[in-house]
Every structure is written in structure tokens, then in C-alpha cells.
Design a protein around this ligand. Structure first.
Ligand code: SAM
Ligand code: SF4
Length: 532
């Protein structure tokens, strides 16, 4: 099977070895080493794993040789991602020979997909743990110490790790991920995620706000709210019944909600635009056994806490805290979300809106539940409500039965949408997916390769064009650290998610400072500027 990605989610971080940047004075019994692959969610999960292990007396190390436990948090999204992990595992074999007590564990999507088969296929592996089973790691490690190989790949309808404070690994101290939901119910036909990460479930908003607030108090200036489909975030305080219905008595109060009968967001004016009032109202409602004072949302004709209301609650923590989110599904992103973004300066004006294909026939085969026309109307709506909003996409070249005309349709939607950035992939057939069961992976490698190349070339042109349009403009930039190429330059990001590099002209700035930068030049990937 042939596969190539020109740009996967944060390519620079694939296989990153994790450990906290701040020196840790605690005494640990043993050390663990963890590498992460795949999407931001996996990187975020590794921080939860670190927290669980730290409570058990394990300290993180960046050095393989120091480790008593090696963990690989894996990705199954494309075949190439799995091959990379397999290759990496063979490299651990020598270490295990040198230190027989060393344990090796495989976490994440590949563990979930292959289950105990992994232990048969990769003899050096001691632990196989799926994304919903990290709480069982300490028990499994104890068993493995006694020579018992351990597998836990149970998927959960409830697990959100809401009560676990992640240990921030490899953090710049300025930006952090906060997971708001897990799993996915969408069943896009090409995608393995619903099988490896289970049913969609949203995390308690109170714990999300608390985590964001704690990060802000610790000096962080930007949080990215994470989920496979953040726009379907939905919290009622009660778990849906088997039929997916929610008991009306658990619905929350008026001020917290976007109502079914009220298509405009309530935007929390009733809470006095004050995060504390709002949060205490959420807390009061959440802690009461029937969900508040009896004034149930059902009686008021209201819905639950939606992504728009959650965004607003996080925005109200402080105007100095920037908020981003990923990923939006075009079918689910609502006007409520767009209006909430427009209302708050600290919600970054950037939306990742995966396209996958610009052909209606292919979109239908992919089970994406939108058409090219719907998608383009969404792009128009974003630009209407937030002129200048950055938009990026995911695109798959060479899905089953894709014709030249389908491919041209994709290029046309790209031209129309004028993406600032795209993550572009060859279709890679994944075992067990709907596409693998229903359709033949019939596009020859060289055609997939050529089409992907055309997509990449067009995106390069669009990125260059988009950056050129920013020359002469001034943006508020959050400084993240030194530029990669020179410690005489700062690197930061604009609200619309463009990387900007500028000289360190003054000593007053530090990572985490906001500064207005005028763009005076650009490359295809970066804006170059100076302090305005
Ligand atoms: N939930 C997100 C969404 O729907 O946009 C993205 C999830 S997935 C981790 C990231 C991207 O990987 C997808 O948007 C898709 O473009 C790509 N992808 C998923 N399955 C793939 C496959 N079988 N072959 C190639 N690319 C794939
Ligand atoms: Fe996969 Fe589709 Fe869910 Fe994204 S929305 S994780 S592509 S099934």
C-alpha cells in the first residue's frame, strides 16, 4: 500500500520524546520515556499518561537509556504512521537485551486497532493499552513486572479523564492543548478513528474551565480546545440513555444555553459578561442533583451547553488568554460558533475546516454529509461574519473511484476557498473502515501521487498569495519563543494562525508578550515583520 503525506498534523512533532521542560525536583522510583505520533489528541493524551504515571512514582525522561518503561503513543490514521511505529519498536530491541527489566508499552490507536495481536506480532512489547484505558496502566505495569503481558483496549462511553491534571510535556509555557471531548460518531468511510477512539463523549465544562484557568494562572497565554469534531461538543450533565435521549430534568438553566427556539447565541449577557458569575452558575447547576433549582431547560425550551457556549465561557476567563480549537466538521459548525468567535477578540480568527474532496460524488462515498455547495457556502459565511479569518483544510487525493473530473472539482473548491494552509494526503486504505469493506482502492499509486502533487502545488500558490496579501498589515502577535533560525529573532503567531518572525529590537518582550507587528515581507510559510 502506497501512502504519502506532505504535511501531517504538526510534522515537526512526530515521534517527539516527551519530558517536562521545567526541572523536576521530585524523587522518582523509576523513569518512563514516551514518544508520540499522530494528531494533537495523542500528544494531549500523553500528558494524561504522564500524570497517571507520575502519581505512581514514575518520572519522565528524554533519554531512552535512562528509561525503565518505554511508551509509544501510536497513530493508525494512515498505513505509513503504523510502519513508522513498527520500525521504531525494532530499535528498542537492543535496549531490552541490555536491560531485561525494561518494559515496552504501545498506547493509542494502533494498540486499539490490533489489540492482543500486537503482542503476537511484536514479541518485545509488554503492554498494549487503548486510548480509554490509561487509568489501568499502573495495574498493568505491576503485572508486567511479574512477567505477565498486559492488554487493556476497552473503549468507554464515559471516559474523558476530566479529573486528571495533565503533566505538561515539552511545553513552551505559553500554549497548551485542552481536550474537550473524545471519540467520534461520524463514520467517514475512509477513517479508522471511530473504531480506535470509540463513541463521541463531551467532557464536563466545569473541568475544562478549571483546566484553562489553571493554565492561565500558571502563565499560559493560549489554549487549543481539542476534539475530533469540536462543533458537536454537547454537555447536559447527564449521560444519554441507550436511545440517545436525555432526561429533561438534567437540562441546564437559561443563561448558559443556546436554545432550540433561539437560533442566536445568548452570549451570556445575562451572566453580566463575567466569567466568574457564569462559571459559578455552571457549577451550581452541575452540582445540584437534578440540575439546578427546578427551572429546567426543558421547561424553557432550551438545549444544552454547546460548543458556542463553551467557547464563550473559556473566552471570559481573561482577554489575555487566546483560544483556538481543532477540528471543525463543516456540517456541524454553526452560526452561533461564528458569532461567538466574532464577539471576542481573544478567540482566534482561524478555522480548520477539512474539505477531503471537492466532488459531490466522492463526498457522498466518503460519508461526509455535506456537498461542495454547502462547504463553499460555509466558507462564505465565515468570511462574511469574520472578514480576514484564516481557513485551512485537510484534503485526500485518490479516494476510491476518484476520476480526473472529481480531482478537478477538488482543485476548484481549493481555489474558491483560498486556503491559507492545507494538510494534504494520499488515500490510504485502513482495515475495518467502511471504505475498505465497500469500495476497491482502485486508484493507481502514480495517479494518487500526481494528483497530490497538483494539490500541493496549488496550495503553495494559495499560501504565497495569502501571505502576500498580509504584507503592509499590522497584527497583534503572541510571542511563543525564539525563531527556529536565529535567537536574535522572535517567533509568534497572529490570531489567524500565521507564523511571524521579527527582530528582537527591545528587551521588554518575553515569550507570552503580545506585540503589534507590521508585516514587511513574507515567504510561502512565514510572515516577516517589525514592531509597529
Ligand atoms: N476529525 C477530523 C476531521 O474530520 O476533519 C480529522 C481527523 S483525522 C485525524 C485527520 C485527517 O486525516 C482527516 O481529515 C483526513 O484528511 C486524513 N485521513 C483520515 N483517514 C485517512 C485515510 N484513510 N487516508 C488518508 N488520509 C486520511
Ligand atoms: Fe474521522 Fe470523520 Fe470522525 Fe474526522 S469526523 S475523526 S475524519 S470519522
Amino acid at each position: 500500500m502506497f501512502e504519502m503525506a506532505t504535511k501531517v498534523h504538526d510534522e515537526r512533532r512526530q515521534g517527539e520524546a516527551f519530558a517536562p521542560n521545567i526541572p523536576d525536583s521530585k524523587e522518582y522510583k523509576r523513569r518512563f520515556y514516551i514518544e508520540s505520533y499522530g494528531c494533537s489528541m495523542n500528544f494531549s493524551d500523553s500528558e494524561i499518561v504522564a500524570s497517571i504515571l507520575s502519581d505512581e512514582g514514575f518520572g519522565a525522561t528524554r533519554h531512552l537509556q535512562e528509561a525503565d518503561l518505554i511508551l509509544v503513543n501510536t497513530c493508525s490514521i494512515r498505513e505509513k504512521a503504523e510502519q513508522t511505529v513498527r520500525k521504531r519498536l525494532t530499535e528498542f530491541r537492543k535496549l531490552k537485551h541490555q536491560k531485561p527489566s525494561l518494559l515496552v508499552g504501545v498506547l493509542g490507536c494502533m494498540a486499539e486497532r490490533l489489540k492482543s495481536k500486537f503482542l503476537e506480532e511484536e514479541k518485545l512489547v509488554d503492554l498494549v493499552v487503548g486510548p480509554d484505558a490509561y487509568r489501568s496502566l499502573p495495574g498493568l505495569i505491576l503485572g508486567a513486572d511479574d512477567g505477565q503481558k498486559g492488554v487493556n483496549v476497552l473503549l468507554s462511553r464515559e471516559e474523558t479523564y476530566a479529573d486528571i491534571s495533565p503533566v505538561r510535556l515539552n511545553s513552551n509555557g505559553i500554549t497548551a492543548y485542552v481536550s474537550i471531548m473524545r471519540g467520534c460518531n461520524n463514520m467517514c468511510s475512509f477513517c479508522v478513528v471511530p473504531f480506535t477512539r470509540g463513541r463521541e463523549r463531551s467532557r464536563d465544562p466545569e473541568s475544562i474551565i478549571k483546566e484553562c484557568r489553571d493554565l492561565f494562572n500558571a502563565g499560559y497565554k493560549e489554549v487549543t480546545l481539542l476534539g475530533q469534531n469540536v462543533d458537536s461538543y454537547y454537555w447536559t450533565g447527564a449521560l444519554p440513555s441507550k436511545e440517545g435521549k436525555i432526561d429533561a430534568q438534567f437540562l441546564p438553566p437559561l443563561t448558559l444555553l443556546t436554545g432550540e427556539n433561539n437560533p442566536q447565541p445568548l452570549l451570556m449577557q445575562d451572566a453580566g459578561n463575567n466569567s466568574d458569575t457564569l462559571i459559578s452558575e455552571v457549577s451550581a447547576w452541575l452540582s445540584s442533583p437534578t440540575g439546578g433549582d427546578g427551572t429546567s431547560g426543558a421547561k424553557l425550551g432550551m438545549g444544552a451547553i454547546t460548543f458556542a457556549s463553551l467557547l464563550e465561557m473559556v473566552a471570559l476567563i481573561s482577554p489575555q488568554l487566546r483560544i483556538r480549537f481543532s477540528t471543525s466538521h463543516p456540517k456541524d459548525i454553526t452560526d452561533d460558533v461564528l458569532f461567538t468567535m466574532a464577539k471576542y477578540d481573544n478567540i482566534c480568527k482561524y478555522i480548520h475546516l477539512p474539505l477531503q474532496s471537492g466532488s459531490n460524488r466522492i463526498l457522498q462515498l466518503m460519508n461526509r454529509s455535506y456537498t461542495r455547495e454547502w462547504y463553499m457556502a460555509k466558507v462564505d459565511r465565515i468570511r462574511e461574519i469574520m472578514p480576514g479569518c484564516g481557513i485551512s483544510a485537510d484534503i485526500i487525493a485518490g479516494f476510491c473511484t476518484e476520476t480526473e473530473e472529481d480531482h478537478q472539482d477538488t482543485l476548484r473548491v481549493m481555489e474558491y476557498s483560498e486556503y491559507d494552509l492545507s494538510y494534504m494526503f494520499f488515500y490510504s486504505e485502513r482495515p475495518g473502515t467502511l471504505a475498505q469493506r465497500r469500495y476497491e482502492d482502485d486508484i493507481p499509486e502514480e495517479i494518487k501521487k500526481r494528483r497530490l502533487q497538483q494539490i500541493v502545488e496549488l496550495q503553495n500558490k494559495l499560501s504565497q498569495q495569502s501571505n502576500k496579501e498580509d504584507v503592509g498589515k499590522t497584527f497583534t502577535v503572541l510571542i511563543e519563543g525564539d525563531s527556529k533560525k536565529s535567537d536574535k529573532h522572535w517567533m509568534g503567531r497572529t490570531s489567524h494562525n500565521k507564523v511571524i518572525v521579527f527582530p528582537k529590537d527591545t528587551h521588554l518582550l518575553v515569550p507570552g508578550s503580545y506585540v503589534d507587528i507590521k508585516v514587511n515581507d513574507c515567504t510561502q510559510a512565514t510572515l516577516l515583520g517589525e514592531i509597529a
